[in-house]
Design a protein around this ligand. Sequence first.
Ligand SMILES: Nc1ncnc2c1ncn2[C@@H]1O[C@H](COP(=O)(O)OP(=O)(O)O)[C@@H](O)[C@H]1O
Ligand SMILES: [Mg+2]
Length: 365
Amino acid sequence: MKTQTTTITVPAVEIEGISKSFGGHLAVHPLDLEIRENEFFSILGPSGCGKTTLMRMITGFERPSSGRVLLGGADVTKVPTRNRDLNMLFQSYALFPHLTVFDNVVFELRVRRVPKAEANLRAQEALELVKLAHLGDRKPDQLSGGQRQRVALARAVVSGPKVVLLDEPLGALDQQLRKEMQYELKRMQREVGITFIYVTHDQEEALTMSDRIAVMSEGVVQQVGGPEDIYNRPETRFVAGFIGSCNLLDVTVPAGSAGQETGAVLEGVGVLPGVLAEDLPREQAATLLLRPERIDARRDGDGVSGTVETLTFLGEEWHVHLAIGGRTIRVSLPSLVKERDLPGLAIGEELRIGWRPEDARIVIR
Ligand SMILES: Nc1ncnc2c1ncn2[C@@H]1O[C@H](COP(=O)(O)OP(=O)(O)O)[C@@H](O)[C@H]1O
Ligand SMILES: [Mg+2]
């Protein structure tokens, strides 16, 4: 037998076969997830897909219908929330209105019977982390929405929990502030080195902040991976359509082909280059996933031919809709490329498009 030399690191959170049904409706299908130590892990999916329910099962607010939750390797499925080494941050930040900012944060430590001097020191550090040390004497109603959210975050991390769960915490903030807070939250998470589990329905937010993302749809985890994995190598039609913009073409896996790089048949057009994301049966009805920015468009050469239907200037790029065999394929061209390679492009022109086979993934329909 070989000697094992790898160090075993216990995941921060393990979810094993967890599911939840509400009166016969399966809100979360049995699923497995591993969330690593110090990871910024996002759960991303549309409203109603089961994100909050999954979070509530991790925290212990909700009893799973099946499965187990492990924290740091220990089964906590039957452990009450207050005895789980985690904290939560909600969209409604629920600060005590009659307490100062400082007291709101230190309160968490008083409850845990941390000696006063140490508690004061740690509360001050937590306020420094969220850049509010100078506002400790204010009351919550003397703060902006973004500042209140920072206080809530200071309170969530001050006791040094292993895991902090954040359920759409930026939902109430305006777009500009949201953007700033995304970078800030990521910075704070790195600084404190606590595992964050972050729930959002906003794909851009998830891409910006996460080390890894679990994409959920209708109670099912569709894919888990880093932002680039999820974006560049979507495994399902749902993931491709939900994250970023994607052409989803109904195709057929050709008969008599072998290997992954078989391409797929678009009816009335021919074989399009592409790679099978999984081993699909031949003649299988499938979807070809092709990002608009992966398409190369020229006036001549080989490739599929299409007619320009619309041309839209968006500053950094142009969006071009091409009519191809009765369908529309969206192409996005960096402005520089459009000016250099396609000067004077007009509606009604014929273009040839191509892409690398590995940029078009073929998944089950
Ligand atoms: N306490 C509950 N009782 C009955 N149905 C619920 C309950 N909580 C959530 N659901 C249902 O479970 C599904 C998932 O809800 P939720 O986890 O809140 O989704 P998300 O957070 O992704 O928006 C929805 O269909 C919702 O109506
Ligand atoms: Mg929710």
